[in-house]
Structures are given as structure tokens and as C-alpha cells.
Write a protein that binds this ligand. Sequence first.
Ligand code: NAD
Length: 295
Amino acid sequence: MAHIGFVGLGNMGLPMAQNLIKAGHQVEGYDVFDAAAEKLRSSGGGRAETVKVAASRADVVITMLPSGAEVREVYLGPLGVLESAQPGTVLIDSSTIDVATAREVAQAAAERRMLMVDAPVSGGVGGAQGATLTFMVGGPQPAFEKAKPILEGMGKTIVHAGGPGNGQAAKICNNMILGISMIAVSEAFVLAETLGLDAQKLFDVSSKSSGQCWSLTTYCPVPGPVPTSPANRDYQAGFTAAMMHKDLKLAQDAARQGGATTPLGAEAAALYGLYCGHGHASRDFSGIIKFIRGF
Ligand code: NAD
């Protein structure tokens, strides 16, 4: 069993850390928000006073932070993970961040002979609580092999997507498909309404036809056809519009840097930006249908 330093105990990080405790690991947590670390302590973990304390005693450091800026600060900053952890420590960043930062931090970790992977997740808070997350992992094979048994305590599906940054690349490519497909499905349901075509009838046809996709059959943006989708609870998240907007912006940054042409991804990022800007950032991302309909 490993001694794990866990930094970032928010909506995702706390239940992930709690699952590692259940799996028998010794987990010491740090968060800038004291109450978060206290929650970990009351569920059988330890509370580290600083990143340095969490990293210096750990065999494995896991981070689950909001964005690339915090990841940069926690790993590269003074008294950060790279300055504090021992050579040979396994570093797992599960935050969703830009590919460029993931690669830069991985390079700095390799120079200090630490074994780093980027391992963003899909599955949301429910997946974090139930230890059923999917991990998309980027990093050298030896680092992946060391990280895998730890990730298995928090998730069900673990995919090695290639070298450093490729976990983040897989995550933003997947979520660009999701953002675009949710808009496509939403536009189709709005068009059906204007044509007098019943939503259930469109669902019955498209779920068995070439329009079939996850946004339609698992996360249908109108109430009724898929009783578990957020549309049936007034678009309570789920996966927030703010998170979708963040991931679409990361995809656009990566496309610009790499010279890829992603016009529908750009349009989806703009639409989600407008939806969030109208005060709906904390609604489920499938609520975009209301925006398309004109509310
Ligand atoms: P969150 O805001 O709930 O948690 C982030 C935590 O990090 C907070 O507790 C915050 O206090 C802490 N933090 C911020 N800066 C810190 C620092 N410098 N040092 C230590 N702690 C710091 O966010 P979340 O929903 O848990 O998401 C975390 C990451 O997971 C994000 O990158 C997000 O995009 C990704 N993600 C979230 C979901 C989801 O459904 N919530 C799904 C997939 C991926």
C-alpha cells in the first residue's frame, strides 16, 4: 500500500482520495480551503499543512486542481511538488488542463527523475464517488505501470493514451465531440418542435438511425425519452456548462497551437461561452437546448 499525498480536495478530489483510503492506502491531503482537508481527515486520512509536507513524505502525489495555472504553481512553484518530493516519486495529475502545461510539467518532473503521468478523468462527481472513473493517461510506460494500480482504486477504465500530455489530448478531443454533438442534437429537437414532430418520435427514429450518439441516447436534452438525463430535472448538473466551456476552450487553444482546423469546435466554444455568460454556467451543459430554442 502506498503513502499518497493528495492536493486539491474539491468536488472530484475529495471522493477520489476517500476511495484511496478505502482501498487501503495511507492518504494525506492538502487544499487551500481548510475545510476540504478537514473532511478528508474526518474520513480517515491525514491533513498536510502545505504542499511541501504532502509531497515530501509521499511515494505517490496526486493533484486534482481547477486549471493549468494551479497545476503550474503546485508543481513548479517554490516549495512545490518538484522541489519537495524524492526522486522516484510517482506523480499523477488528474486535473483537466492544457496540453502544453501538462508537457512542460512532465518534462520538469523527468529532469528530477520523478515518474509523472497526466491522467484526466471522465465520469464526473458520480464516477469519483463510485470509483468508476475513466482515466486517460499520458506518460512514459514505466510511469504508467506504477500509476495504474493507484488509479484502479479510483476508476474502472484506465487507458494509456501515449506519451506526456496525451491523456489531456484524449480528454479534450473527446469533449469537443461531446460539446458539438450536444448542440447538433439540441438543434434537431428544436427544429422538430417547429415542424410539429413529437420529441419522442424523433428519439425513436434517430436513436436507431445514423443520428445516434451518446448526447441523444444517454443524455437526451429534452425531458421524456431518457428518464435519467438532466433534462428531466430542469438541467441540474451533471456536467456543468462551465466545465464544457472550459474544455472547449482548451481544445481551441490546442488547435491554434497545433495548427488544426476545428471550425465546429470554435462555434461550440462560442455558444457555450454565451450560454454561461447569460447566467447558466452552473446548469448542466445539455441545457444549451434552451439557449438554442431562445429559452
Ligand atoms: P473544484 O473546484 O471542486 O476543486 C478544486 C480544488 O482545488 C478546490 O478544493 C480548491 O480549493 C483546490 N485548490 C485550488 N488551488 C489550489 C492550490 N494552489 N493548492 C491546493 N488546492 C488548491 O473542482 P473539481 O470539480 O473537483 O474539478 C477538478 C478538476 O477535475 C478540474 O480540472 C476539472 O476540469 C476536472 N473535472 C471535473 C469534473 C466534474 O464533473 N466536476 C469532471 C471531469 C473532470
